[in-house]
Ligand binder design. Structure first.
Ligand SMILES: [Fe+2]
Length: 219
């Protein structure tokens, strides 16, 4: 049996997907249950991290993309840190990244993933969609966070068309607050999944001229 098939969310279920928001990080395990397709850990960012990231957003360093393994995560984070070495006092940020990613790879029992860190100045994926991955760790450290739809507000049969058809109730659109740690469940192509993936999109920032700094780890 492959590692992915051993993860509980690959069992079939007919339950409507649920989203969990909690101030307790240990509730992250709910994302491994059949019913949940989004977990969000409510937290406040340390001001030293916010300050570092604000300066990073202004400088727009090159994006970082690294294949990470729990066994070499420390070395990979150190190498990533060198790529964004333009601003002093970065240690609290990198400690935060290490802690979250290490735990994510551990509790999901996958041990490896692809880490992305980047400054975004466009609307990226502005159309609501479901992604083709098993799980994604996502933190918006700066700027507006990812938007998502509760199940009652989404017309899944319209996915792939336009937002006007996909979104049944515009008032119901939710946004993951800046700094909160989200774990999104997707759907792998041609694989049975226990629950439908979370429908989400990037916030529109071109109009406002804002920038975002995001951490993403896909498994
Ligand atoms: Fe996406």
């Amino acid at each position: 049996m492959s590692l992915l098939k051993s993860i509980p969310f690959y069992k079939r279920s007919t339950n409507a997907p649920k989203q969990v928001t909690s101030s307790k990080w240990f509730h992250r395990n709910t994302i491994l249950t059949d019913q949940v397709n989004l977990f969000c850990w409510k937290r406040s960012l340390d001001p030293s991290i916010s300050q570092y990231i604000k300066k990073t957003a202004a400088l727009e360093p090159e994006p970082i993309r690294r294949y990470v393994d729990r066994n070499n995560l420390h070395e990979q984070i150190e190498a990533a840190k060198l790529e964004w070495s333009h601003i002093p006092d970065s240690q609290p940020f990198w400690q935060d990244v290490y802690k979250i990613v290490n735990d994510f790879l551990g509790f999901s029992k996958t041990e490896t993933g692809t880490l992305h860190l980047k400054v975004i100045d466009n609307d990226a994926c502005r159309k609501f969609h479901v992604d083709g991955y098993a799980l994604r760790l996502f933190v918006t450290y700066h700027g507006p966070g990812t938007e998502w739809l509760p199940e009652g507000a989404v017309n899944r049969s319209a996915l792939g068309t336009v937002n006007e058809r996909i979104v049944k109730n515009k008032e119901a659109v939710q946004r993951i607050p800046t700094g909160h740690v989200a774990i999104l469940k997707g759907q792998l192509p041609n694989r049975p999944s226990a629950v439908k993936g979370i429908v989400h999109r990037s916030p529109e920032i071109i109009k406002t001229g804002e920038k975002r700094v995001i951490l993403r780890v896909d498994i």
